[in-house]
Design a binder for this molecule. Structure first.
Ligand code: FPP
Length: 235
């Protein structure tokens, strides 16, 4: 039997175009994206994926129209409040990767509450990359490492890749085995730059709201992404 990858990361692109194609607003596309996201979380549990990272708001997304940014900030407030009982029932541990300090109070609060409430769950880890940028991730890690060096907690000559890794937003997680991008664009867009150095990439034209369990299954079937293969072979 094909064994699933440990860590699947998804760039959920194409929500805006999905909405536009149907004569709806871009925000309606994001709402449909959130619904697809729920199904993909369920599918990931069924497929025995251990970690699912979802790119929900990039550090570049602030440049979008104000209404859309507001909508994307409020979406998790509604979603997490509504979903917390289910996260508990399904043993889901929620993590957030990104610069949360810069978020509106209500968004920050719902994130910290959900992370705290689910911290002892030991089922799938769902990691929301929110106000996340790969360069920002590396930069903030470097700042922390410099502080450690200045405070003589670590000697400069001992700063290696493992040390940097310990300060990344994703410090608790293994690197992704596969990065999936929906919506047709074939680029990495500042997502998990450090972490995806050995990841496979899978691109599909399907807009994220139309992404399904079957399409996820198809994506992770690509040779080299299974636990069996990735554990034994150098990549
Ligand atoms: C990119 O599509 C998608 C986003 C900027 C937001 C993704 C968010 C979700 C799927 C929902 C998240 C929900 C919660 C509760 C965290 P795009 O807007 O760039 O689409 P386009 O390329 O067609 O314009």
């Amino acid at each position: 039997m094909h064994s699933s990858p440990t860590h699947v990361a998804i760039i959920m692109d194409g929500n805006g175009r999905w909405g536009k194609k149907r004569g709806f607003s871009r925000s309606k596309g994001h709402y449909a994206g959130a619904q697809a996201m729920e199904k993909i979380i369920d599918a990931s549990i069924e497929l025995d994926i251990k970690v699912l990272t979802l790119y929900a708001f990039s550090s570049e997304n602030w440049s979008r129209p104000k209404d859309e940014v507001n909508y994307l900030m409020q979406l998790p407030v509604r979603f997490f409040k509504q979903k917390l009982p289910e996260f508990m029932k399904r043993n889901i541990k929620v993590l957030i990767s990104g610069n949360t300090a810069a978020l509106p109070e209500s968004t920050k609060k719902v994130f910290s509450k959900t992370v705290e409430a689910t911290k002892n769950n030991n089922g799938i880890i769902v990691n929301f990359a929110f106000n996340y940028g790969g360069r920002d991730d590396i930069l903030q890690a470097v700042h922390q490492v410099i502080e450690e060096v200045q405070n003589k907690k670590i000697a400069l000559e001992n700063v290696n890749e493992q040390v940097i890794q310990q300060f990344l937003y994703t410090k608790e997680l293994p690197d992704p085995d596969i990065v999936i991008r929906t919506g047709g664009e074939k680029r990495v867009s500042n997502f998990l730059l450090w972490q995806c150095s050995k990841s496979q990439f899978y691109f599909t034209d399907v807009y994220f709201p139309d992404f399904t369990k079957e399409l996820l299954q198809q994506a992770i079937k690509v040779p080299g992404t299974s636990r069996n293969l990735s554990n034994g072979l150098p990549r």
